[in-house]
Design a protein around this ligand. Structure first.
Ligand code: SF4
Ligand code: SF4
Ligand code: SF4
Length: 163
């Protein structure tokens, strides 16, 4: 079964993400931004014990759950304070947009041989819809759930940061 693939490090160097998204509950939704935030908190965040990003948040939108930062998209006012407080550049301004975003991985919405709209409209090769075997021999490949594969430099694994 094909899965969504995101090359996070390529995404990071992209200056303008023009992907369209077919998630229908939020207008102007960019599901890739939603996924990039998830990847950033899983693999790029150093999980600081004193977490300045969380301490500075004026709305308590940012919390840590089971060792991982998560942001409430309803509480967040996109003030960017967390971004300024993070010494590692984990939180980029475009991953904390004011407009709520969501990706449901198009689960249950794709017909036979269809590919997600984001993949169809991406003007880069950072987002693909692939069989797992096509990518499994490459370095820095991680699975998130059953339907998402990411290629990302993991600070968590590289520096042995406690999960
Ligand atoms: S997989 Fe579907 S919901 Fe997710 S970003 Fe792509 S088009 Fe949007
Ligand atoms: S951008 Fe959102 S999560 Fe970050 S400090 Fe502001 S309100 Fe909190
Ligand atoms: S300050 Fe940055 S690296 Fe540290 S916990 Fe917050 S987001 Fe992660």
């Amino acid at each position: 079964m094909k899965k969504l693939f995101i090359d996070y490090d390529k995404c990071l160097s992209c200056k303008k993400c023009n992907v369209k998204c077919s998630y229908f509950l939020h207008p102007e939704n960019n599901g890739i931004t939603y996924l990039r935030e998830e990847i950033a908190f899983l693999f790029a965040c150093r999980r600081c014990e004193d977490h300045p990003c969380i301490n500075v948040c004026p709305t308590s939108a940012l919390i840590r759950e089971k060792g991982i930062n998560i942001r409430s998209r309803f509480l967040c006012i996109s003030c960017k304070s967390c971004m300024l407080a993070c010494p590692f550049g984990t939180i980029l301004p475009d991953i904390i947009p004011y407009i709520i975003g969501k990706c449901d991985l198009c689960l249950g919405r794709l017909k036979a041989n269809e590919i997600p709209v984001c993949v169809k409209t991406a003007e880069c090769d950072a987002i693909k819809f692939i069989e797992e075997e096509e990518i499994e021999k490459e370095e820095n490949i991680y699975k998130i759930g059953d339907s998402l594969i990411v290629k990302v430099y993991s600070y968590i694994n590289s520096y042995g940061i406690k999960k």
